[in-house]
Design a protein around this ligand. Sequence first.
Ligand code: GLN
Length: 205
Amino acid sequence: TPTVGVLALQGDVREHVAALEAGGARATTVRRPAELAEVDGLVLPGGESTTIDRLLRVFELREPLRERIAQGLPVYGSCAGMILLADRLLDGGKDQQTLGGLDITVRRNAFGRQVDSWEEDLPLAGITDGGPDVDAVFIRAPWVEEAGPEVEVVGRLSADAAGGRAAGRIVAVRQGALLATSFHPEITGDDRVHRHFVAMVRQRL
Ligand code: GLN
């Protein structure tokens, strides 16, 4: 059984711990470099990416985490976690940095003020194949504005998403050992995205 950590500086940590356990992993929380060293994979939860970015530096986790990502650590980022994994960020906070790893440009709070949250049933390539769509819940979510050639598009919004404002936007991606979604599968009781990530972690053991 792989050990998968959840970065526990801020955000919806408990929901991810529960979803990982349901998805077949042993889940732990990560706040210190020594805890990071123990995990086979890591989840970056939803929350506030500017705060998590700041705390990563305060807790001296930023550099060790960048190093492990460069070495191929499987990481799944949800919402704020997707922002942290993006190589390029639009509408970031003042002095906000990302960890990077995914060759994507992400727009933070992309749906805009009028459409703070959005929910849509989505098929996800390699995850929902042959089964029902996932109930994708977006909360002040980012979207992927641009994806490089090595990035697999796992999920996209429909043509009428957010009244057309978010038509066809990419909201789930994978590149190598990195997976990211703009939405929050951990709050819907559907563990298929986490199960898929745990399988990615197993493959790298
Ligand atoms: N808007 C948040 C950010 O910028 C993300 C929201 C979320 O994770 N639900 O980090």
